[in-house]
Design a binder for this molecule. Structure first.
Ligand code: GLU
Length: 398
């Protein structure tokens, strides 16, 4: 009954871990979920209020397939204000989460055998989306030693005549590594030499950056590449709106139209009420984000320091997002009290869930081992307890 296509992909591992943690909790187990990549803060009141008002005003019917005009204009204003990217509403698309925008973009452009360069570690869904579009993911290893970032040399070496897209995500899920303006300029130099390559930019964590890191995006530092760039973003992470499912992007008009064509034959418009909520978010105050950032930054330090104090774990300090991606090379090969050898990061993550009641995501899901991902978008108390439990579980290994 099932298609051959289905066998190309697996269920999203981040969602699988989140679901498993929720099930264990519901069954009465003491599990702390550090798998889900979503803020623990509530959607701000003014945004929920806008949704309530939209419902009261019966803004509950179909809208334009790829977004209401007011929201598209607010998105243009956002790109101009934050990123110095000039666009018109006809160069903007709105979808059901950033995920749908990326999926549609790939479905609209990738021919069988087209190559898509994906720096690893990567967000779990990029390769599977490429496979569904019958493309070929081309992974480029970007280990901790190069700051988990794609270098100009590595990009140059990965490009072939079949390359359709390069996917760039900064700050990165799962590492939190951020590309500086200079990093992006170096990549732009390479991209200029290969004008058949399009660039799919995922800026979902734009507002979530820490310390001295200054966010930049490709179309901002290389305006000449704007016509080959799809710059995507969304309200999920910055505005604590994961469940509302609103993502957006700007790019060349033919691509934006193609994305709408696919959307018209699958989901139609993103949820109408959620679009009005997103409109209030984009046009509204940003001060609450600064408050949330203080908490995220405190947790970032807590988690990085706590992990580095554990024998066998080495954790880089992320520039942004709310993930850390610790290296566990020092743990691989150790034995659990019941004699199981922890031969890879999946085994380690299973051990943490069983022995410590802490749910994390295995590095292999993100394409770079031996690592695991922790989302620190949860309370300080949960994080401290998790660190204590991980430390104790690791101390029991021999
Ligand atoms: N993007 C989040 C994560 O990486 C949410 C789950 C998903 O869509 O992957 O955890």
């Amino acid at each position: 009954m099932l298609s051959d296509r289905l066998s190309l992909i697996k269920p999203s591992p981040t969602i699988a871990v989140t679901t498993k943690a929720a099930e264990l909790k519901a069954a009465g187990h003491d599990v702390i979920g550090l798998g889900a990549g979503e803020p623990d803060f509530d959607t701000p009141e003014h945004i929920k209020q806008a949704a309530t008002e939209a419902m009261a005003a019966n803004k509950t019917r179909y809208t334009a397939v790829d977004g209401i005009p007011e929201l598209k204009q607010a998105i243009c204003d956002k790109f101009q204000r934050d990123n110095n990217i000039t666009c018109t509403p006809s160069m903007v698309t709105v979808g059901t989460g950033g995920k749908q925008v990326l999926y549609n973009a790939l479905m609209a452009t990738v021919n069988p055998g087209d190559e898509v360069i994906i720096p690893a570690p990567y967000w779990v869904s990029y390769p599977d989306m490429v496979l569904l579009a019958e493309g070929k993911p081309v992974f480029v290893d970007c280990p901790q030693s190069v700051g988990f970032k794609l270098t100009a040399e590595a990009l140059e070496a990965a490009i072939t005549p079949k390359t359709k897209w390069l996917i760039l995500n900064s700050p990165s899920n799962p590492t939190g590594a951020g590309y500086s303006a200079d990093d992006l300029k170096a990549l732009a130099e390479v991209l200029r030499r290969h004008n058949h390559v399009y660039i799919l930019v995922d800026d979902m964590y734009e507002y979530l950056t820490y310390g001295d890191f200054k966010f930049a995006t490709l179309a901002e530092v290389a305006p000449d590449l704007q016509e080959r760039t799809l710059t995507s973003n969304g309200v999920s992470k910055s505005y604590c709106m994961t469940g509302w499912r609103i993502g957006f992007a700007t790019g060349p008009q033919p691509l934006i139209k193609a994305i709408a064509k696919i959307q018209s034959q699958s989901t139609s418009n993103p949820n109408s009420v959620a679009q009005y909520a997103a409109l209030a978010a984009l046009n509204g105050p940003l001060d609450f984000i600064a408050e949330n950032l203080k908490a995220f930054d405190r947790r970032r330090q807590l988690v990085v320091n706590g992990l580095n104090a554990i024998d066998g774990i080495s954790c880089a300090m992320p520039d942004g997002a709310f993930y850390v991606y610790p290296n566990i090379a020092g743990i691989i090969g150790r034995k659990t009290p019941d004699g199981t050898v922890l031969s890879d990061d999946s085994a380690f993550v299973s051990y943490l869930l069983e022995a410590a009641g802490v749910a994390c995501v295995q590095g292999v899901a993100f394409g770079l081992s031996p690592h695991f991902r922790i989302s620190y978008a949860t309370s300080d108390a949960n994080l401290q307890t998790s660190l204590d439990r991980i430390s104790e579980a690791v101390s029991k290994l021999s």
